[in-house]
Write a protein that binds this ligand. Structure first.
Ligand code: ADP
Ligand code: ZN
Length: 618
């Protein structure tokens, strides 16, 4: 057998073997951050819990030990739709990998089972529901297991946002195969989720590796939502023309409408949500992974673990339910480490809508309270006047300093003393309640403050209230900002289908105990960050102009090669690798082999073609 795994199991020390695999199979000169410690720990048979941000390099943490240790690394992953691409990417490196999930027919499954039992597989990917089947247990016993890797381990947590009941079964791994080392990995975990992973997966004695969660190449920006379609168009045209991106919407309907709107404006986009039939969904996901510069408009059903390394932006047109969700979704941008943007618009209607979802959600009062806490944290992030990244990292328990690469750092928002405005708005809410026994949504309250004699005001004699017209010093959009901030600060609450407002305990302190209310000023329109910090065409932007034609030539070669083989372009080479080749212009196979991401297998397979493409006259 000439699998690279065999090469690695020479009589080298395990450290040497790990480096050898890293260099020859993956084409990388050195481990990153904690990778080396994690790999050594696993190779030596230890259990590990690994928390690393998206793009941090989690896959190598189990792939290298799986190749170094005798036997097959068994990877449990909920990402069934991605297994084929993962296996293809490994095959391109010369690694023997297979998967078992519900998408296969019986023949395909039998063949993978045969290869596993015969000891031919370095890695076997399994859908979690497989592990419930006794037949899977028997199958695993027929081969040798090098390790168990539990990917997206936060799926075991009911507190988190991606809960999968099948993950609860994963504790059987340790009971049935107590001597096989396990590694659980996730990119999102608060302290609470982390503890839940340890407890439910029985990882009490596992060594914990917590990497920094920062994604410095992602620029975070949150703007007030006015005309979301136009804002999105402006954002893409100005900053990310021709780039691949993900646009998240809450409802299927707005996904469809937004995708159509982009296409009408000449921006190629495909929709993705659970209401589309399986075929269309798979086709759209596959196009997104394979084509350069396509946009996918999606509900959160899309994208967990999307491996595409060159997603240049993630846009949210609706408010995510939690900071964890937001961080994971935005984390799909810039896995290759190149500049990328996380951009969101949010408005009052989002708060009303989310609140409605919480009230209508199944589960008990405690569960709803939990959802509300998630929402509160998200609102606080939106309305913060300090660095967004610092707040995000703090949410995951990591201290940090102002980052210089988020909207609040780049254009610090003005703050003002909003106490009087808050008092006006709160007292309008209170008077309607006390004097009339009525509750209203923000729109009507603001109309009263602005002194608008519209039919609804006249019908209910609201122009006779003492608060009528006391708020003409602020514009309508500014009042909406005030309401949002009062909600974010917990001074107001919103309920029901119509989003009616009520005062909280803390809100009463503003009216009766002189509590101050600092606020951030609503910008007329959101400022654009400086050009240098933009992600636009990042892959090309940082290359010297002279190298750009070479890079483009290599990209064309990659596109046609990927198409021929029916794999995503990044499976052939990542952008980062092509950039390095374009910059260094290697003249021989051995020089090419020294480029990051060019391992033995890819060198043998593509080396001559790449050198030929380089030699071509432009
Ligand atoms: P994660 O699963 O944590 O999101 P990946 O495993 O997909 O991250 O790795 C992210 C990117 O970093 C990939 O393009 C991968 O090839 C690259 N990478 C990982 N480890 C290294 C390393 N030691 N040296 C160079 N590149 C690496
Ligand atoms: Zn910042």
């Amino acid at each position: 057998m000439d699998s690279p795994a065999a090469t690695a199991q020479l009589d080298l020390g395990t450290d040497d073997a790990a480096h050898e695999v890293l260099r020859r199979v993956f084409g990388y000169a050195s481990f990153r951050g904690e990778q080396h410690a994690i790999v050594s720990h696993l190779v030596d048979g230890g259990d590990a819990l690994v928390l690393m941000p998206t793009g941090g390099g989690k896959s190598l943490c189990y792939q290298v030990p799986a190749l170094v240790r005798p036997g097959t690394g068994v990877v449990v992953s909920p990402l069934i739709a991605l297994m084929q691409d993962q296996v293809d990417a490994l095959a391109a490196l010369g690694v023997q990998a297979g998967f078992l999930n519900s998408s296969q027919n019986q023949d395909e499954r039998r063949e993978v089972e045969r290869r596993y039992a015969a000891g031919e597989l370095d890695l076997l990917y399994l859908a979690p529901e497989r592990l419930r089947l006794e037949s899977t247990g028997r199958l695993l016993d027929r081969g040798k297991i090098a390790l168990f890797a539990i990917d997206e381990a936060h799926c075991v947590s009911q507190w988190g946002h991606d809960f999968r009941p099948d993950y609860l079964e994963l504790s059987v791994l340790h009971q049935r195969w107590p001597d096989v080392p396990r590694i659980a990995l996730t990119a999102t975990a608060t302290e609470k989720t982390r503890e839940e992973i340890v407890e439910r997966l029985d990882l009490g004695t596992a060594r914990r590796f917590v990497a920094g969660f920062d994604r410095p190449n992602i620029q975070y920006r949150i703007e007030p939502k006015n005309r979301p379609d136009k804002q999105l168009l402006d954002f893409i045209t100005a900053e990310h023309p021709g780039d691949a991106g993900i646009v998240y919407c809450l409802s299927r309907n707005s996904v469809d409408k937004t995708a159509a709107m982009l296409n009408e404006n000449g921006i190629a986009a495909v929709p993705y949500h659970a209401g589309l039939d399986q075929r269309t969904r798979a086709a759209n996901q596959s196009r997104f992974l394979r084509e350069d510069g396509l946009i996918v408009v999606a509900t959160i059903a899309f994208g967990m673990g999307i491996d595409k390394p060159d997603v240049r932006f993630v846009a949210h047109l609706d408010l995510p339910k939690s900071v964890e969700g937001y961080y994971q979704e935005t984390g799909r941008a810039g896995r290759d480490g190149l500049p990328s943007t996380a951009w969101m618009v949010y408005g009052l209607s989002d708060v009303v809508q989310q609140r409605k979802l919480i009230e209508g959600s199944e589960g008990d009062a405690a569960h709803r309270r939990q959802l509300q806490l998630h929402l509160d944290a998200m609102l606080a992030l939106c309305e913060t006047v300090s660095c967004r990244r610092t707040r995000l990292l703090a949410y995951f328990g990591q201290p940090g300093e102002a980052c210089g690469n988020c909207d609040t750092c780049l254009t610090p928002p003005e703050t003002w003393d909003g106490t009087v405005a808050a008092q006006k708005l709160l007292s309008a809410v209170l008077r309607l309640k006390r004097e009339r026994g009525q509750s209203y949504g923000a729109g009507h309250i603001i109309d009263i403050l602005l002194g608008k004699q519209n039919p609804k005001v006249l019908q209910y004699d609201h122009h006779e209230l003492s608060v009528f017209g006391i708020g003409t010093d602020l514009r309508d959009t500014e009042w909406r900002g005030v309401v949002r901030q009062l909600l974010a600060q917990g001074l107001l609450a919103v309920h029901g289908d119509y989003g009616v407002l009520s005062i909280t305990e803390a809100g009463n302190e503003v009216l009766f105990e002189g509590r101050r209310v600092p606020m951030r000023r609503e910008p007329e329109r959101a400022p654009r960050p400086s050009r240098s910090s933009r992600g636009a065409k990042a892959a090309v932007a940082e290359l010297p102009a002279a190298d750009v034609p070479v890079f483009e030539r290599l990209r064309q070669w990659r596109a046609s090669t990927a198409k021929e083989q029916g794999v995503p372009a990044y499976v052939v080479f990542h952008d980062a690798t092509l950039r390095e080749i374009a910059a260094r212009k290697p003249g021989s196979l051995s020089e090419l082999g020294a480029v990051g991401g060019v391992g033995d297998n890819k060198l043998a397979k593509y080396g001559e073609q790449v050198l030929a493409a380089l030699a071509e006259e432009s």
